[in-house]
Ligand binder design. Structure first.
Ligand code: ADP
Ligand code: MG
Length: 700
């Protein structure tokens, strides 16, 4: 139950005067919500910049192009001449040093006469410009008298907006929301408050929305930082509450005698790398512990994570329990199954798949076998967390590319068993701060060495005006029996940009030239068609596969040795690396051609240079961080932390570890969140929408 004192903040924005259905829609869009935003959502929408109206020069001293607030006397009005309503309405004004013209387009004469009566003293604020040698302010944003000046905020916040939403109405709504801010208990410990010099929650909100100094709205200043810390603490506390559930009942062990693992290893056509062996050992030891496992397995593309996951599942099956492997896309789920199925069959491990595509009888059969314990490892997508999916004894949840899944999904999967161990697979080296942010304290295994026999990839950047040569070269390669990926940045319909060649078009033109040896796969195709296209390429029936980024992660056709990436400048570094990782998986030397369109921005140049110069995923991730900020490592465009509205990796990296420490301390001192401090912390969890962890709070 949400603490009652929070109710005013959870009132819908439509409860504010002047906020109607139209605004409701705009606010939803702006604040990224599917339902009507609450006041708290509005208050946590922080300004991006400010307008500084404090400059109060004499007219003579005005710097054109700047925002000024002038004290003037109104001299005369010049209405738009009759019949020329598009000519502006001009108000001539002056001080003892010079003249200024206040210009209004499509103005209501009555309104202006009232606003700026001739002979009156007024304060006008806006951007001053020089026009035909005369100083002008077009549509002054503020016109007030002496009394009004006293109330005028000279530093005004500017918010990120959405089309159709006026800055003024957003400001008014925020202002009203601020007035309804209830008295809240302090949830941050006195010690952290003192050490970080944090203001109270209410002070912080008031100052970022009604800044007194220009710096008040900067993320690294105390006001914003306080709110960022709140958000991080809420995140860490929620993770810690989840983690606190992780003790398993005494005597329960999730790894067996090793016989299935040995079978799998015997069935492998290769030897495990040293780091694969270490990872398996660490996981197996976790599975034996009385604490539940929470481990991240990081490894560059092609480093062989799938087989490690399979061995973990085998260990669990030996103990008579079940494992689930959840991938973010259907293609990836099938890809895992393809790697796993033959090994599992030889090892005597029962594997099945469940995605959105399995329906009707097939699905019912799988669910029945799952419930009866006749499936050891279930591979799938989000479909795994549907309500009617019930395991007999789920003991291990393996989540591939976890950052695409939220905490909610992770909880949903682990909730399908008792004391489920969690193994997260990530192809993107995640910086320590981000691991902390998203997983809290988590153990990490890294696959640093690549499987033996891998050939280097020769990467080149080629301007797109040499497309014809590239097509010729691809033609020759196909003749010689090579297999080629041709990647097009088909973006979602909504973000489609005219000049991008989309996959369908490129497919048509290549097919016209090379005929039936060309295949196509993209995200909008039906599942069955996608599989067929992938299978045809894997078997060599097609030699050239035109694809969108659906092949980005996990797809594995070791025979493919050439990749062409069109509009390579449109891709992020991590994505290019992921894409390129689809070649260089076999024993053949591979080539990657990055076709780019000129002119290249500096950032694109830098990216292409990095990707050309190295294939080391860890280095690429570092460069990516450097070039674009941490948010992008997780594949989002803003510089913020995905899932976090206020905390920023650059400004608040230091606070993450502090928040983690405080969360751990809370879990030691007051794990049930009791008493006044507990209530304050519950408020925090609700305010920052981490309350999904509250039902997990233990009774003891
Ligand atoms: P990723 O880490 O990108 O998920 P995969 O698990 O898909 O990598 O493995 C990539 C390829 O490497 C697969 O074809 C797999 O069979 C192969 N592989 C995995 N481990 C080894 C190894 N130790 N030696 C040789 N090949 C390996
Ligand atoms: Mg993989």
């Amino acid at each position: 139950m949400r603490p009652e004192r929070l109710n005013p903040l959870f009132a819908p924005v439509t409860a504010l005067p002047g906020v109607g259905p139209k605004q409701d829609k705009l606010f939803r869009y702006l604040l990224g919500r599917t339902d009507t935003p609450r006041l708290v959502d509005l208050l946590l929408h922080l300004p991006a910049s400010v307008i500084d109206r404090r400059a109060r020069p004499k007219i003579r001293d005005v710097v054109p192009g700047t925002v000024v607030t002038l004290a003037v006397t109104v001299d005369r009005h010049r209405r738009s001449p009759p019949g020329r309503s598009r000519a502006p309405y001009l108000v001539y004004a002056s001080d003892d040093t010079g003249d200024v013209i206040l210009t209004f387009f499509r103005a209501q004469p009555d309104y202006i006469e009232k606003l700026l009566p001739v002979g009156a003293q007024r304060y006008v604020s806006g951007t001053a410009q020089l026009f035909d040698g005369t100083l002008q302010i077009v549509h002054p944003e503020r016109v007030v008298d002496e009394a009004g000046l006293a109330k005028l905020s000279l530093i005004e916040p500017v918010y990120p907006l959405t089309e159709g939403l006026a800055l003024g109405s957003l400001r008014r709504a925020v202002g009203q929301a601020l007035q309804r801010l209830p008295q809240l208990p302090e949830w941050i410990s006195a010690e952290v408050m003192r050490r970080c010099g944090f203001p109270s929650f209410a002070d912080a909100l008031n100052r970022v929305h009604a800044p007194v100094e220009l710096t008040d709205i900067l993320p690294d200043q105390p006001f914003w930082s306080r709110l960022a810390y709140d958000e991080l603490l809420a995140g860490q506390l929620a993770l810690a509450l989840v983690r606190a559930q992780l003790r398993r009942p005494a005597g329960v062990r999730n790894a067996g005698d090793g016989h299935l693992r040995r079978n799998v290893i015997d069935a492998l056509p290769y030897a495990l790398t040293a780091s694969q062996r270490e990872a398996v050992a660490a996981i197996t030891s976790d599975l034996q512990q009385p604490l539940r496992m929470l481990r991240l397995l990081q490894g560059d593309v092609g480093s062989g994570k799938t087989v490690v996951a399979l061995l973990a599942a085998a260990a669990v099956a030996e103990a008579g329990k079940q494992a689930a492997l959840m991938a973010p896309t259907e293609i990836l789920a099938r890809q895992h199954l393809k790697t796993i199925a033959p090994l599992a069959a030889q090892a005597g491990l029962r594997v099945a798949i469940l995605t959105g595509r399995e329906k009707g009888k097939e699905r019912r059969d799988t669910l029945a076998r799952l419930a009866a314990g006749e499936i050891d490892l279930l591979v799938g997508t989000h479909a795994l967390i549907q309500d009617d999916v019930a395991f007999k004894a789920l003991a291990l949840a393996i989540v591939d590319e976890q950052h695409r899944f939220g905490v909610r999904e992770r909880l949903a999967l682990t909730g399908k068993g008792d004391a489920v161990d969690v193994l997260v697979l990530s192809a993107t080296p995640i910086p320590r701060t981000l691991v902390l942010t998203y997983f809290g304290d988590m153990d990490v295994s890294e696959l640093r060495d690549k499987p033996a026999g891998r050939q280097p990839i020769d990467t080149r950047a080629v301007p797109s005006n040499r497309l014809a040569e590239v097509v010729d070269a691809v033609g020759r390669a196909i003749e010689h029996g090579k297999r080629v990926y041709w990647i097009c940045p088909l973006v979602e319909e909504s973000e489609k940009i005219d000049f991008l060649v989309d996959a369908e078009q490129r497919f048509a033109s290549l097919k016209a030239r090379f005929g039936a040896r060309v295949g196509l796969v993209h995200g909008k195709m039906k599942g069955g068609d996608k599989d067929r296209a992938m299978a045809a390429f894997a078997s060599g029936d097609t030699a050239l596969l035109v694809a969108t980024t659906v092949v980005e992660v996990g797809v594995d056709v070791p025979e493919a040795s050439i990749m062409v990436i069109e509009n390579a400048e449109r891709f992020g570094l991590a994505q290019l690396h992921q894409l390129r990782g689809r070649v260089g998986r076999g024993t053949e030397a591979s080539t990657c051609l990055l076709l780019y369109r000129e002119p290249l921005s500096e950032l694109s140049q830098a990216r292409l240079r990095v990707i050309r110069d190295t294939t080391d995923g860890f280095r690429i991730a570092e460069e990516d961080l450097r070039l674009r900020g941490e948010g992008d490592v997780l594949g989002t465009r803003q510089s913020g932390l995905p899932g976090y509205r206020i905390a920023r990796a650059e400004a608040h990296g230091q606070l993450i570890a502090q928040a983690r420490d405080e969360a751990l301390r809370i879990m030691q001192d007051n794990p049930s969140l009791r008493g006044p401090q507990g209530e304050a912390l519950r408020c925090l969890l609700y305010l920052y929408e981490r309350d999904e962890a509250i039902p997990l709070i233990g009774a003891g």
